[in-house]
Design a protein around this ligand. Structure first.
Ligand code: F6R
Length: 264
């Protein structure tokens, strides 16, 4: 796991956008896995800036979002489809027919979840999966106790996640209890994974998933089993890491390797 600590959340957004742009520049038909929530907003802003400056086109890119609330249709203002349209898809040249967000109104979830998996496989698999992390250590909506081999499925949200996400809902509006989510096993099949965490409220989950044991109680810890994960943190999110100096040291060496400079 490559752990990079940057001074601010804006630096995290800029670096994350560079990674995504690099992926699309290398492969115009890249398949991106995308996340919602507060964390990737700055990254999406940077992607839009790059698009508006004529530096990139997303026309041929295919996307798969991690999750959607059950019971919210694509036009519901709090649905993740609306979120993605508002914060990314409509602001650049994405072809929305290639932008997949799970259906929160499917009539047969077993069939539907299998078909979402199949669509990912049919696209050739995800080249780069962007992730945030919940305060309980979840990735996508794989709440504590989720199987580390889980696939796309329905998941009940914990009280903690519903409380965290209530900030997106008008007072009095209930955060849905259920979501369709990619499973941990689905996420681990992405060729490359980029996890972002910013803010002091993520410090506990960050320490647990990077330096704690691999456990279904912190589903992000499953990323320890993936060979190509980059974690971008701002200072507050990295505060409780015990091996920070070591990660910085590795990063300096990694940069020299990438720039083909002597490492010893
Ligand atoms: C969103 C998702 C979630 C969020 C996580 C962090 O699609 O899958 O796992 O990434 O809950 O949310 P924020 O970024 O709002 O703190």
């Amino acid at each position: 796991m490559r752990v990079i600590v940057l001074p601010t959340a804006d630096d995290v957004s800029r670096r994350a956008a560079e990674v995504i742009l690099g992926c699309v520049q290398k492969k115009s038909k890249a398949v991106l896995g995308l996340a919602t929530g507060s964390t990737p907003l700055g990254t999406y802003r940077e992607l839009i800036i790059a698009y508006c400056a004529g530096k990139i086109s997303f026309r041929e890119v295919t996307t798969f979002n991690l999750d959607e609330y059950v019971g919210l249709g694509p036009d519901h203002p709090q649905s993740y489809r609306s979120f993605m349209r508002e914060h990314l898809f409509s602001k650049a040249d994405f072809d929305e027919t290639k932008c997949h967000v799970p259906d929160g109104l499917a009539s047969d979830y077993e069939d539907y979840c299998e078909s979402y998996e199949q669509e990912i496989r049919d696209s050739g698999g995800i080249d780069l999966q962007l992730l945030g992390i919940g305060t309980d250590g979840h990735i996508a909506f794989n709440e504590p106790g989720s199987s580390l081999a889980s696939r796309v499925r329905l998941k009940a949200l914990t009280k903690e996640t519903r409380a965290d996400n209530s900030r997106f809902f008008a007072t009095g509006d209930e955060v849905p209890h259920l979501a369709v989510t990619m499973g941990v096993g689905t996420i681990l099949e992405a060729r490359r994974i980029l996890l972002l965490a910013t803010g002091a409220n993520k410090a506990n989950a960050v320490r647990a998933f990077i330096e704690g044991p691999v456990t279904a109680q912190v589903t992000a810890s499953s990323l320890q089993l993936h060979p190509h994960v980059t974690v971008l943190l701002d200072e507050p999110a990295a505060e409780w890491l015990q091996r920070r100096d070591y990660y910085n040291e590795i990063e300096q060496i990694q940069l020299r390797v990438e720039q083909r400079q002597p490492v010893a």
